[in-house]
Design a protein around this ligand. Structure first.
Ligand SMILES: NC(=O)c1ccc[n+]([C@@H]2O[C@H](COP(=O)([O-])OP(=O)(O)OC[C@H]3O[C@@H](n4cnc5c(N)ncnc54)[C@H](OP(=O)(O)O)[C@@H]3O)[C@@H](O)[C@H]2O)c1
Length: 368
């Protein structure tokens, strides 16, 4: 089967979430391609991700429809990337905040897009909203598998399922919408920083003392940006496409962290069953008594890692020509970006030197 035909869009493009991790990578690709870009930013938040970029800034909020009317006006296309990500189950108030940003925010934006005759919208989805085999969650998840709502999924995952429903409702109503589903993101321009970004920084500074085994499907920033561009230009309206780069065990991620940061490996490996119980207690205490303390290894995150979920990207490869690369590069890119910002030391040794150091000597010398 040949990849879908390329549809050209040259007009103004609106990007939401441009200062976030994915958005900051996507906005740079759009600018590199010479596109006329407008971004929707929330005033007063950390918008470092778009500092110094030549683009049009509109200040507003997905929860405020009036600000969206202005944001979409005159746009041919939209990448709707913004969302609240959370691996915490922090009670009804927090869940409502996530719902309002993600579900109502998407609905507001799609409604404004329809009114403004926007030609196509690509909405970022999450692999957490993709269903899994209930008997073996590690079997590759694909677009056709339904989300199972009766287990301990996080409020965030539920909202991302409802975001997809909003997309399909808008599609049924005549708006051309496509869902570009992301796995766990790794890469540069991580200004907040993300959970994995913070892990890279912590490992570099010797603060990562232990880890929990498990695994997940990860996506390199460059690949998910490709995925969004392909969805925009080759996707079929009303469809969802999953983009991942590679599945990796946390043991492999730890080895990569050691390689990339040059710091000693983290050796303490706490069994998932032990950490699952400990984190339930810690999360209960933090949520109820110290709500402002950032929770790193939450019960939700541990549960996801223990499921060892893998992504099936066949549909994106066949229909869109998507070609995943490798996660190792993503770690180098993330590290180098943190180094440029002074958050970790610059690596004296180049990536190539580091790669050749790890190759067996026979491969380097060509000896049999
Ligand atoms: N990162 C991952 O591993 C991952 C995995 C799967 C799917 N995804 C999806 O990928 C997308 C981007 O994720 P990310 O990692 O780039 O997240 P991020 O770094 O947290 O960025 C999210 C952005 O959305 C903006 N935003 C949130 N609520 C908003 C609102 N009500 N109005 C306007 N802007 C709002 C945030 O602005 P403020 O700074 O003002 O809050 C921020 O710029 C999301 O849709 C997420 O669900 C991410």
């Amino acid at each position: 089967m040949a990849v879908n035909e390329h549809r050209r869009f040259d007009g103004k493009v609106l990007l939401t979430g441009a200062a976030g991790h994915l958005g900051a990578n996507l906005v740079r690709r759009l600018l590199d391609e010479g596109r006329d870009v407008r971004v929707l930013l929330r005033p007063g938040d950390n918008n470092t991700g778009v500092d110094g970029l030549e683009l049009e800034r509109i200040y507003g909020d997905l929860r405020e429809p009036a600000s969206l009317e202005k944001a979409v006006e005159g746009c041919e296309t939209i990448f709707h990337v913004a969302a609240t990500i959370s691996t915490v189950n922090a009670g009804a108030r927090a869940a409502r905040g996530i719902f309002e940003n993600n579900v109502l925010g998407t609905r507001n934006l799609l409604s404004a897009a329809k009114d403004a005759d926007v030609a196509r919208v690509v909405v970022t989805g999450s692999f957490s909203a993709v269903g899994y085999d209930l008997d073996d969650p590690s079997k590759p998840g694909h677009e056709r598998r339904p989300f199972y709502p009766f287990d301990k999924s996080l409020p965030y995952a539920h909202t991302k399922v409802l975001v997809e429903h909003e997309c399909l409702k808008a599609f049924a109503d005549g708006l051309d919408v496509i869902i570009a589903t992301s796995c766990a993101l790794i890469g540069p321009h991580d200004y907040n920083p993300s959970r994995m970004g913070q892990t890279i920084i912590d490992h570099t500074h010797g603060r990562l003392r232990a880890y929990v085994p498990g695994g997940f499907d990860w996506v390199r920033a460059q690949d998910i940006v490709d995925g969004h561009m392909l969805a925009m230009h080759r996707g079929r309206g009303g469809q969802k496409y999953i983009f991942s780069t590679e599945y990796k065990e946390i043991d492999e991620i730890m080895a990569l962290l050691h390689e990339v940061t040059g710091r000693p490996p983290t050796r303490m490996r706490i069994p998932g069953s032990v950490m699952a119980v400990t984190s339930e207690v810690a999360s209960f205490v933090l949520t109820n008594f110290f709500p402002n303390v950032h929770q790193l290894l939450t019960p939700g995150a541990i549960r996801i890692l223990r499921m060892r979920r893998r992504a099936d990207t066949q549909k994106a490869q066949t229909e869109l020509g998507y070609r995943p690369t490798n996660v190792r590069e993503a770690f180098y890119e993330a590290y180098e970006h943190f180094a440029r910002r002074g958050l970790v030391p610059s690596r004296v040794q180049s990536r190539e030197a580091s790669a050749s150091r790890r190759e067996p000597s026979s491969a380097r010398t060509g000896a049999a």
